[in-house]
Structure formats: structure tokens, C-alpha cells
Design a binder for this molecule. Structure first.
Ligand SMILES: Cc1cc2nc3c(=O)[nH]c(=O)nc-3n(C[C@H](O)[C@H](O)[C@H](O)COP(=O)(O)O)c2cc1C
Length: 346
């Protein structure tokens, strides 16, 4: 294993090259990485984030509400659009739409374990039909000039290592620009640990860039995946409620101290509250007041996870219906939280 470094890297397809200064990416998360939060993450230095997964069929059928998922593209950094489906015709249509909408990268979801997705043969269920998976990828590649990747699991229930190896070779043979591996099976959903040893072996099977996902909570996790040969690392649940995570993780990998329990100091708490207010503002503007408050509540509760007296507020959180009510709760929390500054144990 070599020493991991914060090095620039590229995503390539033909003459198209997208350049990154560091290897940290925000993973797609339906219900977690909506547009307002992506706006904040990109303002805080994120270089690549993804839309929530978008149904290729809904795009094909022109379902209006789907637009909210993909109609924003950052001014700084890159936007990946993630689509799901199992029908090559719908996926081809979706690929063209996403390119037209201005996204610079396209990702096919081959990992979602949710029943409502897998029962149609989409998401992780595509792993059960590799022939159709390869056919769909070839069709997508014929439909767009964007760099295309897949985000997959180690298997559905389980995949024999030789079968996984063959699948990786076949995926590489299509001309995909990268593979993202969430090193759990679909059966595991989001629990149990990601199989990092299998990840290391998988990287060695091909020469396609592999992006790692699964159990990324600290800079040590990032370093470990880089040591195992990952080209880049996706952070998912690790940054919910903390838009500073990527920046802090990069600083830590470059030698600065990592604060496990963040925020702690008065300045850190003030910054967190400023970002929380900004997040609310983006949410209200993007969705309108009623929907904006509903969508903001779950994010608010993730920010509160980092705060000692969260329980009392968490119970009241779900009654917030207006921007004014949200702001007044943030003000209430501000006083209590600042009083806890520099306490080491929350
Ligand atoms: C709430 C939630 C929603 C997710 N939605 C998606 C999604 O839309 N597309 C996708 O490829 N992965 C999705 N994921 C999986 C994450 O991108 C990531 O692979 C997974 O959470 C493992 O990383 P972690 O253990 O560091 O959280 C989701 C995960 C969570 C927790």
C-alpha cells in the first residue's frame, strides 16, 4: 500500500476531462442531498455532488415534479446527475435530458436496495441481470457524450467473487469512465460494515478508476480507501448536518488536527449556525415556504445531532411550518449552544 495523498485527479471520456483538486465527493442521497443542501456544499468548496436519484421513466413521461431534482447546476464545481431504471429506452432518453440540463457527469444507480425500486428490476436488482445492465450502459453511452459511471453494490444477496470479477471486467469493457463501489451487498442495505478487503481486491481486477463508498466518517476512513487504491472517496451520511466536513477532512489529511466532536469552540458553533440559517434560506427560496420548511426539518435535525440538548428541540422541530418559526428556534438554540462552547463532552 502506498501513502495516500490529496492529489488532483480527473474524470475522462474521449476529449472531455473534468479536473478535481482533491479526491472527496458528496455521494448521491435521496432525501439527504437535495438542491438547497448541494448549494451550500458547493459554496463551501465541494467540487462534485450528485442529484438525488431520478427515475428515467419519470423523465420520459415528463413528470413535472421531477424537475426540482435536476434543474440546478452549480456555478463552481461539477454536477453529476444520477438516474435509475432498467429499460434502455427510458435510460437513453434520461441521459440526453441530463446532458441538455447542463450536468457534466452521468451516473447510473445500480445500488439502491429499496423495494419500490428493486421490484421493477432497477437499482441493485440490475446486478441480477448483468446482460441487461451492460445493454443499458451501452445504450446510455451511445446517447450522451458525458462521462458515465455506475454506482453499484458488491452484490444483491451475495455475489461469488469470480462473478463479481467478471462483471467488473464487463463493465470496464463498455467504456464507462469510473465505477463507484459501495462495499456492501444490497441485502445489507445501510447496516453492517463495508467490506474494505473485497474493495481492495476489486480495485486490482481492472484499470478503471474506482470510487469508494461506505462507512466514511473520518479522514482516516478516506485515507484507508485511498491506500486501498480508490481514485476518489464518496462521503454520504458522514457530512449530514455539517457542510464543513469536506473542507475539514482535507485539511486534516494535509496535516491539521481533526476535531471528532464538531463544532466545539465558539467560532465553530457560530459558523455552524450561520450555515444553518443559510441552509434554511436556500430551502425556502428553492421550494417555497411550506415545502421548504418540511424539507428543511430533516436537515435541521441532522445539525442538531451535534448539539447536546437536541432531544427537547428535536421533538418540537416537526411542528415548524413557517420560516419565522424556524428562525426563532435557531435563535433559541444559539444561546444554549454558545453556552456549551469548549465543553469537550457533549
Ligand atoms: C438517506 C440515504 C439516501 C441514499 N440515496 C442514494 C441515492 O439516491 N443513490 C445512491 O447511489 N446512493 C444512495 N445512498 C447511498 C449512499 O450514497 C452511500 O453509498 C451509502 O450511504 C454508504 O455510505 P456511508 O456508509 O458513508 O453513509 C443513500 C444513502 C442514504 C443513507
Amino acid at each position: 500500500m502506498t501513502d495516500p495523498n490529496i492529489e488532483p485527479w480527473k474524470i475522462k471520456r474521449g476529449s472531455c476531462e473534468l479536473s478535481f483538486d482533491h479526491p472527496l465527493i458528496c455521494a448521491p442521497m435521496a432525501g439527504g442531498l437535495d438542491t438547497p443542501y448541494r448549494m451550500l456544499l458547493h459554496r463551501m468548496g465541494c467540487q462534485l455532488s450528485f442529484t438525488e436519484m431520478i427515475s428515467a421513466r419519470a423523465l420520459f413521461e415528463g413528470i413535472e415534479r421531477t424537475k426540482k431534482f435536476y434543474s440546478w447546476v452549480p456555478l463552481k464545481g461539477y454536477s453529476g446527475a444520477q438516474i435509475f431504471g432498467h429499460d434502455a429506452e427510458y435510460l437513453s432518453f434520461a441521459a440526453k435530458e441530463m446532458e441538455e440540463a447542463g450536468h457534466q457527469i452521468l451516473d447510473l444507480n445500480v445500488g439502491c436496495p429499496k423495494r419500490k425500486v428493486t421490484r421493477t428490476g432497477s437499482g441493485s436488482a440490475m446486478l441480477k441481470d448483468p446482460e441487461n445492465l451492460i445493454h443499458c450502459i451501452n445504450t446510455i453511452l451511445d446517447s450522451t457524450n458525458l462521462p458515465v459511471g455506475v454506482k453499484m453494490r458488491m452484490g444483491y444477496h451475495h455475489l461469488e467473487e469470480k462473478d463479481l470479477k467478471k462483471l467488473i471486467k464487463d463493465l470496464q469493457g463498455t467504456g464507462l469512465s469510473w465505477i463507484t463501489m459501495h462495499s456492501r451487498t444490497a441485502f445489507q442495505q445501510y447496516s453492517g460494515t463495508a467490506d474494505r478487503d473485497l474493495f481492495s481486491r476489486m480495485v486490482s481486477w481492472g484499470d478503471i478508476p474506482v470510487i469508494a463508498s461506505g462507512d466514511v466518517r473520518s479522514p482516516d476512513d478516506v485515507k484507508d480507501y485511498l491506500k486501498r487504491g480508490a481514485t476518489a472517496v464518496m462521503v454520504a451520511r458522514g457530512h449530514l448536518g455539517d457542510p464543513t466536513w469536506i473542507d475539514r477532512a482535507i485539511a486534516s489529511i494535509s496535516g491539521e488536527e481533526w476535531t471528532e466532536r464538531y463544532p466545539q469552540t465558539e467560532d465553530q458553533i457560530k459558523l455552524q449556525l450561520t450555515l444553518l440559517r443559510e441552509h434554511l434560506d436556500y430551502s425556502l427560496k428553492w421550494y417555497g415556504e411550506e415545502r421548504g420548511c418540511i424539507e428543511f426539518r430533516s436537515h435541521f435535525s441532522w445539525y442538531l445531532k451535534r448539539f447536546k440538548d437536541r432531544r427537547e428541540y428535536r421533538n418540537r422541530l416537526y411542528s415548524i411550518k413557517t420560516g419565522k418559526e424556524a428562525i426563532s428556534m435557531i435563535e433559541e438554540i444559539e444561546n444554549v449552544w454558545l453556552g456549551q462552547a469548549n465543553m469537550t463532552k457533549f
